[in-house]
Design a binder for this molecule. Structure first.
Ligand SMILES: Cc1ncc(COP(=O)(O)O)c(C=O)c1O
Length: 462
């Protein structure tokens, strides 16, 4: 007999209490935080879905591996274990550890890009975009048209628009030093990229001698979607699928705080010898020696175990199913979300949910605040506060106004998800009363992290 219920495929050995607060306490906390969820104290949050980055629970195997950490400055055993794990999955020649994903992005951008260059991607993540723009280049998002339509289901909505990629490369000879594909496409809704799309993008880039890099933070989740959705892959293991994905690329940047299943870490991996040497030189300048790259030996050990745990079928089944389960509850209640549910997160479509709030009053930001006020749930806006400010200082509405509810790995159980559904349904009942926001103070780049805002009309609910 095969039973239907999908369970969390782990027992809990260590627990961390979470704290209920009153609505009044949360109201005060929001005011003190300048109506910015990044500025809250984490202990004032009941369920923290701000990010799936570095927030997961490590396994007993990872904690054991930590005790093996070799803290030698150069040539530590821990580096070679880390390198072997990444090489087995990616096959890239040079594996350069970094303290997290954006360090890999910064190093690569500083080595490869010059002002006036263009970098296509299905959708750039905010730090990738910022590092490219910092080098004076343009970060160009080329998702397939379905990728810009939140309500439209598509099995591989993270795909890059291949025609647009060809056009970009052919119309800008010599100005595209590399192309990216982000798996899964975080800013586009956590949506997967198909193997067929990766293969075709790779052929397009290789025919024009443009290196293709994967932003591979969620390579294991992408592998699971290929296994379960793409014809021909059902019998392949997630590891075999990941190995094929990486064969189509010439390099990768990774925030290992996601599918590395650890709390910190990342890498830059690539095949080109000269480029790797230049990157290592940059690494030494700000991250550290090439066999630790800003990480402790014990971090490298935890990652070497984590990359493989992320590819475990029972784990991936439970993870993708937990997110889909919340998606189904919300869809049944008529709450608009990016369809289908993504791998690591549910994305609420705030523009569809709050049509009375114009984009310049930041509907997704306002919705995320009310979720905290009513239920103690922390999410993140992926909309015009995050993406609206242009490099020249002007303001342009983001393509979508989303609230992302990102699931930390192996942290929450089904009862937490049931609670979330209850909070979201309650807030949906209040939606006409949610008011827009205005920005009072903001830094010139990545403003969402520290901006201070205020509700228009004094309170979050009219
Ligand atoms: C797709 C993607 N790329 C890059 C990054 C940056 O990684 P990090 O936060 O480790 O610097 C993230 C992090 O959230 C991401 O989701």
């Amino acid at each position: 007999m095969t039973f239907k219920t999908i369970i969390e495929p782990f027992r809990i050995k260590v627990v961390e209490p979470i704290r209920h607060t009153s609505r009044r306490e949360r109201h005060t906390a929001l005011r003190q935080a300048g109506y910015n969820l990044f500025m809250l104290k984490a202990e004032d949050v009941l369920i923290d879905l701000l990010t799936d980055s570095g927030t997961g629970a490590m396994s007993s195997e990872q904690w054991s591996a930590i005790m093996r950490g070799d803290e030698s400055y150069a040539g530590a055993r821990s580096f070679y274990r880390f390198e072997a794990a990444v090489k087995e999955i990616t096959s890239f020649k040079h594996i350069i550890p970094t303290h997290q994903g954006r360090a890999a992005e910064r190093i690569l951008a500083s080595v490869v890009l010059k002002p006036g260059d263009i970098v296509p991607n299905n959708t750039h993540f905010d730090t990738t975009r910022a590092n490219i723009e910092q080098a004076g280049a343009t970060a160009l998002d080329l998702p397939i048209p379905e990728g810009r339509r939140p309500e439209l289901p598509h099995p591989f909505k993270g795909n890059i628009d291949l025609e647009a990629l060809v056009r970009t490369l052919d119309e800008n000879p010599g100005r595209v030093p590399l192309a990216f594909i982000t798996v899964t496409n975080n800013s586009g809704g956590g949506q997967p990229v198909s193997m067929a799309n990766l293969r075709a993008a790779s052929e397009i880039c290789r025919a024009r001698a443009v290196p293709l890099f994967l932003d591979c933070c969620r390579f294991a989740e992408n592998s699971w979607f290929i296994k379960t959705r793409e014809p021909g892959y059902a019998e392949r293991t997630p590891l075999e699928i990941a190995q094929e994905m990486f064969r189509y690329a010439d390099g990768a940047t990774m925030s290992a705080k996601k599918d590395g299943m650890a709390n910190i870490g990342g890498f830059l991996a690539l095949n080109d010898d000269a480029m790797a040497q230049a990157c290592r030189n940059q690494l030494i300048l700000t991250e550290g020696f090439p066999t630790y790259g800003g990480l402790a030996g014990y971090d490298l050990e935890a990652l070497a175990v984590g990359f493989h745990e992320a590819l475990d079928e029972d784990y991936l089944h439970y993870r993708i199913r937990s997110v889909a389960y919340l998606g189904e509850r919300l869809t049944a209640a008529g709450i608009p979300i990016v369809q289908p549910p993504g791998g690591h997160a549910i994305y609420l479509d705030a523009r569809a949910m709050l049509p009375h709030i114009p984009q310049h009053q930041y509907p997704a930001w306002a919705l995320s605040l009310v979720l905290y006020l009513e239920g103690g749930v922390r999410s993140v806006e992926i909309g015009s506060v995050m993406f609206g400010l242009q490099p020249d200082g002007s303001e342009r509405p983001a393509a979508m106004e989303l609230v992302r509810l990102a699931f930390p790995r192996r942290v929450y159980t089904q009862s937490h998800v049931d609670y979330l559904a209850e909070v979201l349904l309650y807030v949906n009942g209040l939606k006409e009363r949610i008011v827009g926001m205005r920005i009072m103070e903001a830094p010139p780049v990545l403003r969402h992290f520290t901006a201070r805002l205020e509700p228009l009309g004094g309170d979050l609910l009219a």
